[in-house]
Design a protein around this ligand. Structure first.
Ligand SMILES: [Cu+2]
Length: 456
């Protein structure tokens, strides 16, 4: 490519940005943009109806301006570079500098005006998932509105009729635009600030990418073979810890924009689903779970309280979703004795090594050279060694006496003496027996409403 064509090419690449005319942006709220993938502190409202703000995991909340009683937001759809975890960056499409875009927070009854500027190389729209609004504001390109052309700014205006957890994403060339990371969360707080109150309130979206090791841009045609399983476009150890005090109520709002379900599992407590993108779940309809399945295209708000402090795991229970991209295609070698073979191969390839003949855990420690721009299969260092996790995994750091609003990472949990599983060394143990279940067997006979007995 000669210099002239190169310049023409790069001009085309930045066409979106260049083509947004000043006139089109007259009167539009100033562009707020975020350059960091680190969890930002909650945005405490300084005007409008009062509410307790959420914390977006590895994200941020979009500032607004009040104009004649209307909350005005400005979203800019644009190419972004997102750090998936230290050591890997991805060329994604997102909003206002990041993928996912910023969380939009408002209050039930708020009238919102959302300006959407398109700096992508193709047209787009925004659909407001779960929000009740006039049909023409629903954001389905071709059906309820013309597409937002390259360089154009559209405006959406509606009232937030009900509180809850929702999201936004394009309804234009969806396969491409969602595979590239275009999505964001919407949290509408109750008009009555005394309703659905919790101590800490987190939100994130579940997404997935297919990015070949050594490359930077997702394959957008992938249907099932995703290799990066992410929360808010971050993979462990890039996902920040959630922070919570013992006895506090923790709400976690999650939305799933991947093409498969995710059974999200928490350690150390039980969760109740208190809301979906359809609204709040009545208290009488809630039941306890330690794994909440996240269906495709759905949101769930779960609430939990921790009694025990500690570093509690919080992850997808599909084991391949807690892995990094390197290693999915390694053959199973368990039980294969290839020690003789290795010697012979090393004569030809001195650095040859064998992996997985006694399981794959050794990959957690392996410092083998990776191709450029990818993540190891198992990674993350804990206080006791490698954590052997990647992908959709993080930690809820539960501590006693945390100050309200303190979301700083408290470091690793310091276990009280004698409370950590340890190697058995055969020391003498007390012979004292606790009363066992046998003594209580009679009281365990449960009378069923039908009159019969059952032994539980
Ligand atoms: Cu999963």
């Amino acid at each position: 490519m000669d210099r002239r064509n190169f310049l023409r090419g790069s001009a085309a690449a930045t066409l979106g940005a260049a083509a947004v005319s000043r006139a089109a942006l007259a009167g539009v709220p100033e562009l707020a943009t975020q350059s960091s993938a680190v969890t930002q502190p909650p945005l405490v409202p300084t005007d409008g109806r009062p509410y307790r703000p959420v914390v977006t995991l590895n994200g941020w909340t979009l500032p607004w301006r009040m104009k004649d009683g209307v909350k005005e937001f400005h979203l800019v759809a644009e190419p972004v570079v997102r750090e998936i975890a230290p050591g890997m960056k991805a060329n994604l499409w997102g909003y206002n500098g990041q993928s996912p875009g910023p969380t939009i927070e408002c209050v039930e009854g708020d009238r919102v005006r959302i300006f959407v500027t398109n700096r992508l190389p193709e047209h787009t729209t925004i659909h407001w998932h779960g929000i009740l609004l006039p049909n023409g504001m629903d954001g389905v390109g071709g059906l309820t509105q013309p597409q937002i052309g390259v360089g154009k700014t559209f405006v959406y205006e509606f009232e937030m009729r009900k509180s809850g957890t929702f999201m936004y994403h394009p309804h234009a060339d969806e396969m491409t635009q969602m595979a590239m990371g275009m999505m964001g969360a919407i949290v509408v707080h109750p008009r009555d600030p005394a309703l659905h109150v919790v101590d800490r309130d987190y939100v994130f979206l579940i997404n997935a990418y297919d990015i070949d090791p050594g490359s930077y841009t997702p394959r957008v045609n992938t249907m099932t073979d995703f290799n990066l399983w992410t929360w808010n476009s971050r993979a462990f150890p890039g996902i920040d810890s959630l922070v919570c005090g013992t006895g506090e109520t923790l709400r976690i709002r999650m939305g799933n924009l991947t093409m498969t379900n995710h059974p999200i599992h928490i350690h150390g407590t039980e969760m109740f689903v208190t809301g979906t993108d359809g609204g709040w779940v009545r208290e009488s309809a809630r039941w306890p779970e330690v794994t909440v399945d996240m269906p495709v295209g759905a949101m769930r708000a779960v609430e939990c309280t921790f009694v025990d402090p500690g570093d509690w795991s919080f992850h997808c229970h599909k084991s391949h979703h807690t892995m990094g991209p390197m290693g999915h295609k390694v053959p199973t070698m368990i039980g294969v004795d290839h020690s003789g073979l290795v010697k012979r191969i090393r004569k030809l390839v001195p650095d040859y090594m064998v992996m997985g003949d006694s399981g794959m855990a050794e990959m957690g420690e392996m410092q083998m050279p990776l191709p450029e721009n990818t993540l190891p299969m198992m990674t993350g260092d804990g206080p006791f060694g490698p954590i052997e996790m990647g992908g959709m995994f993080t930690i809820v750091k539960v501590r006693e006496g945390l100050a309200p609003g303190d979301f700083r990472d408290p470091g690793w949990y310091e276990h009280p003496a004698g409370t950590v599983a340890r190697e058995w060394t055969g020391e003498a143990v007390s012979e004292t027996r606790q009363p066992g279940p046998a003594a209580d067997a009679a009281t365990l006979q449960v009378r069923k409403p039908g009159g019969g007995h059952s032994d539980h």
